[in-house]
Write a protein that binds this ligand. Structure first.
Ligand SMILES: Cc1cc2nc3c(=O)[nH]c(=O)nc-3n(C[C@H](O)[C@H](O)[C@H](O)COP(=O)(O)OP(=O)(O)OC[C@H]3O[C@@H](n4cnc5c(N)ncnc54)[C@H](O)[C@@H]3O)c2cc1C
Length: 483
């Protein structure tokens, strides 16, 4: 079967409306969110159910055509866009949108892969439960994408990454077989935990078609505070102090530099920061509990009062209403959004041990200034998880083109600093096609070979999302292994 036949056979099997070939319809699937990658696809297939996903994979396999799964396409690593130089179809899960089951007793929700993260959070809330994975892209990102990227977000500190909230999966394998691993068990030591292979695999091992997700008791009290801190070291000490007293109630602890906030404030029309004066560093922290009437606001006020006396904070505001809380988070999310599509900001997604965050910020700042003295460090993010997005703003007046020509060495400097401190080049966004070189630099030969063996055993023909993370029988890795 050649590629033209494949499109025809797919249209026969799934119905013509499920196979898009018009350029205008393909457009959105051929570029990533940041417009870094623009790669043509043969067609976009939109299966309506698991059996149609399996049929699509089997037919693509017969035609020797590669398969790229696409969720909400909010990923930052170019994972949902085909790889240049291969003939690929994109399989979009967006028509698979059913919530299959929800059991408050089991604390489990089972859904199709195309349901959005926001929809799952709403469905949980309607059943008086809570699904804790949450981030700025949740209105569009899908559960399949969340699984495939092992998404993190704002509540990892308390609830873990997506991985910690997944009980079971249904996956279409590269063979076209369906693996029904949709178990909702809390305890299951019956052999290898296969679902974990697919979490964070970025579509390279199979297509996730459904997930059983773990729910939590719904938080009934929440308290949030915005604090001005003298610097990252003080932020770290504040984190340690608050965590010692608030324990598991602490659910978010976010570092916000003025350099990042400035970008947001420049775009926002009415936003106000609820602290007086200009502060180089701020922290947004939040505590939550499912126990009604617990005075979390009072607890935070007491802890922050003590921190003020110790010089760990310079000023603080505790949110007294939902509107005030939302306004604080709007600052945090607005800061990330202002950078997301800017060509004058180089993005990073590094993590280090929590204890090394301040040293990381200090060393990475020196490293980028050694390369480009007027570059603007914008280190922000999930300090409680050691996940600092050490973004870099262009020196004032520098053109986007000149700045882009510095990207590789600036980005390497940040990643190298993280690695030296025992960190990771990708905390939550994944490798995709963005960080292939960095992955090879960061991992040992032994680890890369283990990854290669895993890929070979799940997808020996390199059908699934080739050119992301690792290829089956990757020639570059083979060469490295021999050298
Ligand atoms: C404003 C904003 C804020 C964000 N904040 C965060 C954050 O704080 N933390 C965080 O972790 N991420 C964040 N993200 C990134 C993004 O939302 C997550 O990576 C998300 O999990 C991706 O889901 P998606 O459905 O959009 O996946 P896509 O972007 O469509 O795909 C991502 C990868 O998963 C694969 N994939 C998608 N669906 C499937 C499937 N069903 N089966 C197998 N593979 C599949 C794709 O091939 C690709 O490799 C943010 C994004 C935006 C736009």
């Amino acid at each position: 079967m050649d590629t033209a036949d494949l499109i025809e056979v797919l249209a026969d099997r799934l119905g013509p409306a499920s196979v898009l070939t018009a350029q205008s319809e393909l457009e959105a699937f051929q570029a990533d969110l940041l417009n870094k990658y623009r790669v043509p696809a043969l067609c976009v297939v939109k299966p309506a159910n698991t059996e149609e996903v399996a049929a699509t994979v089997r037919l693509a396999r017969e035609a020797g055509v590669k398969v790229t799964p696409a969720g909400g396409r909010t990923g930052f690593a170019g994972g949902a866009v085909a790889r240049e130089g291969t003939s690929q179809i994109v399989v979009s899960l967006e028509r698979m949108r059913s919530i299959r089951a929800l059991s408050p007793v089991d604390d489990v929700i089972v859904c199709d892969a195309g349901v959005t993260l926001a929809e799952i959070r709403q469905a949980a809330e309607a059943a008086d439960r809570y699904f804790p994975v949450s981030h700025g892209g949740e209105g569009t990102s899908q559960i399949g994408g969340m699984v495939a990227t092992n998404a993190g977000g704002n509540n990892v500190l308390r609830y873990g990454m997506a991985r910690a909230n997944i009980l079971g999966l249904e996956v279409v394998l590269a063979s076209g077989d369906v693996w029904d691993g949709l178990r909702a068990l809390r305890k299951d030591n019956s052999g290898y935990d296969l679902k974990q292979m697919f979490v964070g695999s970025e579509g390279t091992l199979g297509i996730v078609t459904a997930a059983a997700l773990r729910l939590q008791p719904r938080p009934r009290e929440r308290a949030s505070a915005l604090c001005a801190v003298p610097g990252p070291q003080a932020a770290l000490e504040l984190y340690n102090t608050v965590r010692s007293s608030a324990g598991e109630l602490l659910s978010a602890f976010e570092l916000m530099p003025h350099s990042g906030l400035e970008l947001h404030l420049a775009r926002a029309e009415t936003t106000q920061v609820p602290l007086s004066g200009r502060h180089e560093w701020m922290v947004l922290l939040e505590a939550e509990t499912s126990i009604p009437d617990l005075d979390l606001g009072g607890l935070l006020e007491r802890l922050l009062g003590e921190a003020l006396e110790q010089g760990l904070i310079e000023d603080a505001a505790v949110a007294r209403s939902l509107a005030q809380r939302n306004a604080m988070w709007a600052l945090r999310e607005g800061m990330a959004e202002a950078q997301a599509s800017s060509r004058l900001v180089i993005k990073s997604d590094t993590s280090v041990p929590v204890s090394a965050v301040a040293e990381f910020v200090d060393r990475a700042t020196k490293a980028i200034h050694a390369l480009l003295p007027d570059a603007v460090p914008i280190p922000f993010g999930h300090i409680g998880d050691g996940n600092i997005h050490f973004n870099i703003g262009a020196p004032p007046g520098m053109s986007a083109e000149t700045f882009a020509s510095n990207e590789a060495r600036l980005s390497d400097a940040v990643c190298d600093t993280a690695i030296q401190l025992g960190g990771s080049i990708s905390a939550e966004h994944g490798i995709g096609q963005l960080k292939l070189d960095k992955l090879r630099k960061a991992k040992s030969k032994t680890e890369l070979e283990m990854m290669q063996r895993l890929k070979n055993s799940f997808d020996p023909d390199n059908l699934m999302n080739p050119g992301k993370i690792v290829e089956a029988d990757d020639p570059a890795l083979k060469q490295e292994a021999q050298s």
